[in-house]
Design a binder for this molecule. Sequence first.
Ligand code: NAP
Length: 268
Amino acid sequence: MAARRMDGKVVVVTGGASGLGRASALRLSEEGAAAVVVADLDGERAAAVAGEVTAAGGAASAFAVDVTDAERCEELARDAVERWGRIDVLVAAAGVSSAAVGAGEQEHDGTDAGLLWSTDTWHRVVDVNLNGLMYTDRAVARQMIAAGQGGSIVNIASICSVWTSGNSTPYAVSKAGAWMLTKSLAVELAPHGIRVNAVGPGFIETPMTAATRADEAAAAGVTGRTLMGRFGQPREVADTVLFLACDESSYFTGSILYPDGGFNAPTR
Ligand code: NAP
């Protein structure tokens, strides 16, 4: 069989039970990954995706993690090394939208009059999308440094790392932070041969965008601005993740790639 792009690599994917994380787990396994650790909040859903990977001929395990728990992130990285020998690649896809977190509390808590989000929403979104990302990257990087064989970290940021509609300020700020975290860790980890890059997807068909897609006006706003005139597919993001995860991107670090159908090309 011809060499595949992930041959022999051990991969950890957070947010692996759904959407872009699930698509990345399946895609990297399809390209020959030695093992994929599917990590997510809900261990049963993570196990179901690990089952999909093994059913397709790959090797996988599942791990329940809340990425806002720094010690649990350390346990995730330790468990991956104990089980599979090392970690070569991290795909950090766990994330929440402001809308999902804010839904139900609608929206004011009395302290944020005039703004669309509450203090609780701000804290939760930043905690998952930025603090949790840092805890995950740091835990995996520590294992990669100890192993001394380099590695590739791929953070799922967003077009919102550099663009905001004003409708999702906590999310946009958390994703801008994710992009700066990516660059900063690229600097810190370069001496260890660990590359750190980000993927900034546009609007992709996953559970996170279900409400937007169900709202005709909102969906038209997205497709109207997106040069390709449609939402993206998870596989299109997973292909970008694959490129940054594998050795084809060996001269990339501290970069971000935008699979966004041209969403961010217009200046307004
Ligand atoms: P998704 O289908 O909702 O998947 C996100 C996964 O992360 C879910 O399984 C979710 O679990 C999990 N998660 C949430 N909080 C977590 C926590 N504290 N610890 C561990 N796991 C947690 O959404 P997606 O679209 O695939 O999003 C994946 C990443 O891509 C996110 O970082 C998102 O911000 C980013 N992104 C998405 C789009 C898009 O258009 N879809 C665009 C740009 C960027 P639960 O379902 O149990 O909450």
